[in-house]
Design a protein around this ligand. Sequence first.
Ligand code: DLL
Length: 431
Amino acid sequence: MSYYQEEMECAPRDKMKSLQTERLVRAVRRVYDNVAYYRGLMDAKGVGPEDIRSIDDLPKLPFLSKDDLRDAYPYGMLAVPLSDAVRIQSTSGTTGRRVVAFYTQADIDLWDECCARAIVAAGGGKDDVVHVSYGYGLFTGGPGLNGGSHKVGSLTLPMSSGNTERQIQFMCDLGSTILCCTPSYAAYLAETIGSQGMRDSIKLKAGIFGAEAWSEEMRRDIEKNLGIKAYDIYGLTEITGPGVSYECSEQTGMHVNEDHFIPEIIDPATGEVLPEGEKGELVFTCITKTAFPLLRYRTRDICVLSRKQCSCGRTLVKMSRLMGRTDDMLIIRGVNVFPSQIETVLLKCGMTSNYQIIVDRVKHTDTFEVQVEMTPEMFSDTVKNISTREAELVADMRAMLGISPKMTLVAPRGIARSEGKAVRVIDKRRI
Ligand code: DLL
């Protein structure tokens, strides 16, 4: 088994806890002294830096939310003079004011190291060609995996997203071995490679896919179609970017880089910290970052943490695959619907993972449609058989969700492809 930073990734629990405590105490003092916005929140809660003596005191600190970051936009959360910051990245969010994050060189280094851990955990090393098809620019995906690949000493191919023909050409010519992109783009690349009969010309062995929700079924499809092992990677701009957590060979959740980011799971309604194994909202406290060290940041991502021993030897706590967000839940005709449930049904029924959920409101009533692409075999089927399949899907959706969508099977490639995160939900309601 190889690790990028074994002393941290496999540290005994008590050693990690004392390191976290030491780092947390220093981080809280630094933030209190340098970030007026957070000092205000701590003062309002009646808690001072002297009250935080160990990680067990974490729940005394106030939470931060995306709204706080919007209020403090652009410089209000900076904990160093602007002249010490060397980089800005921004969230891929499409609604509201974007969130910008700042990095010192030391922050970039620790972020790159986190991504390097992910690449090594996926089997990467000096002899690999790491093909990075996440977007570069404000989005953290490209810069993060690029930096990680450099740390590992792999040959880095900064493809960025787009131009699928060129991606495949380079993949073949340069012998890319590890692909980094969103799972939906990986599925699209797999489909294109298959349709061009290029499967035998690629040398890929692994993929590091994240930035959006994907299911176990989608993982298996990608692994089969590209002949690789597919690893999940998680992160968010506010905390650094990709590499906050990463999957290992066991593929049963993502190890959180706890020496940099302390995770907690809270009840999203009450803010109360939940015991290990309970499902709730993920909260992170940054204990090593200098420019933008958020404390108790509410991610709105829902998952479970587990300290069960991992066969890879890492002792870092594992977070499960995301189970949704506190805010992506759709309420359709009064029923809570998660896009991930819809994806699970589609893939279980042998459909493709190219789908779109369209919600609207007509005459005060919600309309709910799921469009999904057929495989070429289904597309050449009779109209009667296609209608039967639609009806079966409606029944399966009803069983899973308690509500029936209108199912529309569309031609292969009938749904617009995204080069970044797939657009899964179109909510046209004005509520
Ligand atoms: O998506 C960072 C990233 C880039 C992660 C590349 C992994 C790979 P943001 O644009 O700030 O940052 O979006 C963060 O994306 O709060 C999650 O809701 C979602 N997300 C990230 N990784 C995963 C994942 C990047 N593996 C938001 N599974 C997060 C499901 C994910 N959702």
